[in-house]
Design a protein around this ligand. Structure first.
Ligand SMILES: Cc1cc2nc3c(=O)[nH]c(=O)nc-3n(C[C@H](O)[C@H](O)[C@H](O)COP(=O)(O)O)c2cc1C
Length: 154
C-alpha cells in the first residue's frame, strides 16, 4: 500500500523536528510512504497506529501494514504499534511483527474505570503475566527474540 496518508508534507515535518528540542515520536503512521517521511524528518520513533480505529472507519489495522513499514524503515528508527491489543498474546504478535513497543489504550482506561489505580495495576499485571508465560512457552527469552517464526499464516 504505497499511500501518503499524512496531511503534512516532508518540509512541514522537518520544521516540526527543528522546533522540538527533545525526542520526537510521530504517531498514526499507516503506510510505508508516511514512515519514510517520518524517518527523513528525523523521527526518533514512529507509532504505527490507527488511533484505536475510532476516528475514521475503514483504516487498516496496524498489523496489516507493519510488514511494509518495517521494510521501508530498515532499522532507521524505533517502531512502536498500538490499536486493538488486548492480551499478552496480542502484545507478542506486535513484537513478532517487528515493533519494539506495543501500546495499550482502552484496556488501561477500562482498568481505571473499574478500580482506579488498582484496576490499572491489575490490567498491566494480567497482560504482562500472560506475555511472560507465552514468551516462556515459545522459547522467546527477550522481546527482541520475537519474530515472524512465532506466527502461523493461514
Ligand atoms: C478516549 C480516547 C482518546 C484518544 N485521544 C487521542 C488523541 O487525542 N490523539 C491520538 O493520537 N490518539 C488518541 N487516542 C488513541 C490512543 O492514543 C491509542 O492510539 C489507542 O487508544 C490505541 O488503541 P486501543 O485503545 O485499542 O489500545 C485516544 C484513545 C481513546 C480511547
Amino acid at each position: 500500500m504505497a499511500k501518503d496518508c499524512s496531511p503534512l508534507q516532508s518540509k512541514e515535518l522537518r520544521e516540526i523536528r527543528a522546533m522540538v528540542d527533545r525526542p520526537l515520536i510521530f504517531k498514526g503512521i499507516l503506510s510505508a510512504v508516511d514512515a519514510v517521511k517520518a524517518v527523513d524528518a528525523g523521527a526518533d520513533a514512529i507509532v504505527v497506529s490507527n488511533h484505536g480505529a475510532h476516528t475514521l472507519d475503514y483504516l487498516p489495522h496496524p498489523l496489516q501494514v507493519m510488514d511494509e513499514i518495517v521494510a521501508a524503515v530498515g532499522g532507521h528508527t524505533v517502531i512502536c504499534v498500538d490499536g486493538g491489543f488486548r492480551r499478552g498474546s496480542d502484545v507478542l504478535k506486535g513484537l513478532a511483527f517487528g515493533a519494539r513497543l506495543v501500546g495499550l489504550g482502552r484496556p488501561i482506561l477500562y482498568g481505571l474505570a473499574a478500580d482506579g489505580e488498582r484496576g490499572v495495576q491489575a490490567v498491566i499485571e494480567e497482560i504482562t503475566g500472560e506475555l511472560k508465560r507465552l514468551m516462556t512457552m515459545t522459547n522467546t527469552p527477550t522481546p527482541a527474540h520475537a519474530g515472524k517464526h512465532l506466527l502461523v499464516a493461514f
